[in-house]
Design a binder for this molecule. Structure first.
Ligand code: NAD
Ligand code: TDX
Length: 354
């Protein structure tokens, strides 16, 4: 009985990965889930269908930078675990406006750690032993790879964007709270996620939506940058496994062994759109090379063998199966993303540092 009688805080649970984690927990475990989310532009209650009537689910609109608010929630719900996914997550936005990234990703993680520690110290010895604080981070903290090699759990940190620097900083805080105060923390570093409910600013949904509109598909630079794609539901399963069976104080890399150039990703989307939503010309004709992202990391690639070996995790989707499902999801679920556009989200270029 996975997580029977356990209460799990999921911060950022109205976002892309957080909502996948909540859907997974509610569907496959007995956990009671409390979604703690400030509800920024990236949040979406439509990503959590069926939760309003679910007795195992509660939502609290709450910023993780507000210690008093968090203290109240720890006292109210007495959680057994915290999964911290609340973050500003978009690299291009961090170039134009790094302040929010410093606040949420660094100050917010610090505040959450302080309140988790304060609460943890009030628990019985048995409950303290069982408590877990899982911090969800990114492979971008490791910087950029050349054409060879992989990021492992021991790769040195070398973040290049305001986003990745803020995430690196939060990872260090989590580690320090374990080493100094014994708070039972774990960290995961994951590669690029994709799949249903992905906010349209990110590469894959951005290209699908623009392709469906017959608009130019803006590929940064020469399109040869490489990302290592992981289907979001595989990530949600990995995070649940780490929470359940991971060793306190350890970090785990999560990745799908699916490196692709950005151009390959966009061409694959075009070819799928030709099949499921044909237009008069080929969708590949819409591909347009545009100015590069400042500080654009060349390549990310995750070695996930520790997670596979120690916890028995395996990605179920490869890039071809996952991108097919994703394109079909965006074609079928147009009301989900059209509502975001109607709320005022403009699919325009940001992050040129001008
Ligand atoms: P997202 O932007 O889709 O969602 C973030 C959520 O956090 C939103 O619901 C937002 O309202 C909430 N939030 C933001 N600031 C908050 C605050 N101050 N207090 C409370 N809630 C706040 O992000 P995502 O893609 O789901 O990413 C989740 C986590 O996973 C992040 O920590 C991100 O760094 C990490 N990550 C993401 C990816 C990826 O490919 N998307 C890859 C690796 C790691
Ligand atoms: O229009 C675009 N054209 C383009 O060429 C966009 C939006 C992106 N790109 C490129 C930039 C990157 O090389 O595609 C690649 C992927 O871009 P994003 O979707 O913005 O993702 P990335 O910058 O790689 O970061 C993502 O993965 C790691 C998430 O946003 C982070 O939160 C996560 O930590």
């Amino acid at each position: 009985m996975r997580f029977k009688a356990s209460t799990i805080f999921v911060t950022g649970g109205a976002g892309f990965i957080g909502s996948a984690v909540i859907r997974h927990l509610l569907r496959n475990t007995h956990a009671r889930v409390v979604n703690i989310d400030k509800f920024t532009y990236a949040a979406n209650s439509d990503s959590l269908p069926g939760t309003t009537d679910n007795l195992n689910y509660a939502f609290e609109k709450q910023c993780i930078c507000d210690g008093a608010g968090l203290r109240h929630l720890f006292a109210k719900y007495q959680p057994d675990a915290v999964m911290n996914l609340a973050a500003e997550s978009h690299v291009d936005r961090s170039i134009d406006g790094p302040g929010e990234f410093i606040q949420t990703n660094i100050v917010g993680t610090f505040t959450l750690l302080q309140e988790a520690l304060r609460y943890w110290r009030t628990l019985s010895n048995e409950k303290r032993e069982q408590f877990r604080f899982l911090h969800i981070s990114t492979d971008e903290v490791f910087g950029s790879l050349g054409d060879d090699g992989f990021f492992t759990e021991t790769t040195a940190y070398a973040p290049n964007s305001p986003y990745s620097a803020s995430k690196a900083s939060s990872d260090h805080l989590v580690r320090a709270w374990r080493e100094t105060y014994d708070l039972p923390t774990l960290v995961t570093n994951c590669s690029n996620n994709y799949g249903p409910y992905h906010f349209p600013e990110k590469l894959i949904p951005h290209m699908i939506i623009k392709g469906l509109a017959g608009e130019p598909l803006p590929v940064y630079g020469d399109g040869k940058n490489i990302r290592d794609w992981l289907y979001v539901e595989d990530h949600a399963k990995a995070l649940t496994l780490v929470l359940e069976h991971g060793t306190v104080g350890e970090t785990y890399n999560v990745g799908g062994r699916n490196e692709r150039t950005n151009l390959h990703v966009v061409e694959s989307i075009c070819d799928l759109l030709d099949e499921v939503a044909p237009r008069s010309g080929a969708h590949r004709d819409l591909i347009t090379f545009v100015a590069d992202r400042p500080g654009h990391d060349h390549r990310y690639a995750i070695d996930a063998s520790k997670l596979e070996r120690e916890l028995g995790w395996q990605a179920e989707e490869n890039f071809e199966s996952g991108i097919g499902k994703t394109v079909r999801w965006y074609v079928d679920k147009q009301p989900w993303w059209r509502a975001i556009l109607e709320r005022g989200y403009a699919t325009k270029r940001v992050g040129l540092s001008q």
